[in-house]
Design a protein around this ligand. Structure first.
Ligand SMILES: NC(=O)c1ccc[n+]([C@@H]2O[C@H](COP(=O)([O-])OP(=O)(O)OC[C@H]3O[C@@H](n4cnc5c(N)ncnc54)[C@H](OP(=O)(O)O)[C@@H]3O)[C@@H](O)[C@H]2O)c1
Length: 256
């Protein structure tokens, strides 16, 4: 798709890189010549993923929860020790669960906000202060979601992702002086491991409600992410790019 050495010598951190969209982004980054770091909470699964990714290129793994600010700093130190710098951050780790808004508990709300908004912020600020700002160079890709018309059925993640989208715009302006580009990718419904946690009946007939009449692929999300982190997107910052088969414009997300 892109030039073979597009990401040669780039050092890239992908949170949640052990599965699904993050794993595919890691695969693509490695195939374009980058050195990749993946992190997520479940160390055994993370190691299995890293072993497979190491067949393509150099992939380091370090377990950690993005909600744990001290651990996030340790992840930064680990990267510094091994590679001395970081060029690109992909904030992909996240998760949520479907629920009518009125049934979401205090803990359920806080857990999604902590993961998808606060965790993303901790990683972003830590990597910027440790690497991008002193280096005067950096690139951040935030994986969010299709929040164009709100997020009926998952108000917590809609609010968290809208927070990340707004953060993307603000940091794009504040960090221009440090030569940092930051953009968001808003996937619609993507055929990925993350869908496994939703009940089958919730996803029944979902393709019919997407204008392009199919789900997206992790490869399509990875290709867009690669474009945004590459010099081809050098004049794009503070942008959210939807990749949803037109779903933001027409068709219910879930059948209520
Ligand atoms: N698939 C879709 O249709 C879709 C659509 C829109 C947005 N998204 C978002 O895109 C991202 C990737 O989705 P996916 O389908 O590939 O889902 P996935 O396979 O469940 O990937 C999520 C990854 O994030 C990691 N993770 C979750 N919480 C974490 C935390 N607190 N700290 C560190 N790592 C954490 C998970 O690993 P551990 O469990 O080991 O921590 C997992 O590797 C997610 O943020 C998802 O919400 C997905």
């Amino acid at each position: 798709m892109f030039a073979k050495h597009l990401l040669k010598d780039k050092i890239i951190l992908i949170t949640g890189g052990r599965s699904g969209i993050g794993y595919q982004i890691a695969t693509s980054c490695l195939s374009y010549g980058a050195t990749v770091y993946i992190c997520s909470r479940k160390e055994d699964k993370l190691k299995i993923a890293a072993d497979k990714l190491n067949e393509i290129g150099t992939c380091y793994h370090i377990a950690g929860d993005i909600r744990d600010i001290e651990r996030v700093q340790e992840i930064a130190e680990y990267i510094k020790e091994k590679s001395g710098r970081l060029d690109i951050l992909v904030n992909n780790a996240g998760g949520q669960f479907p629920s009518p808004a009125e049934d979401i508990s205090y803990n359920g709300w806080n857990s999604v906000i902590n993961n998808n908004l606060n965790g993303t912020w901790y990683v972003t600020q830590t990597m910027a202060k440790t690497f991008f700002i002193p280096q005067k160079n950096g690139n951040i890709v935030n994986i969010i979601a299709n929040i164009f018309r709100g997020f009926p059925g998952m108000v917590h993640t809609g609010a968290a992702r809208a927070g990340v989208e707004n953060m993307t715009k603000t940091l794009a302006v504040e960090w221009c002086k440090h030569n940092i580009n930051i953009n968001a990718v808003a996937p619609g419904i993507i055929k990925s491991t993350g869908l496994g946690q939703y009940p089958d009946e919730l996803l029944e007939g979902v393709s019919d409600r997407i204008p392009l009449k199919r789900l997206g692929t992790t490869k399509e999300v990875a290709d867009l992410s690669i474009f945004l982190m590459s010099p081809m997107a050098g004049f794009i910052t503070g942008e959210t790019v939807y990749i949803d088969g037109g779903h933001r414009l027409w068709g219910d997300l879930f059948d209520f």
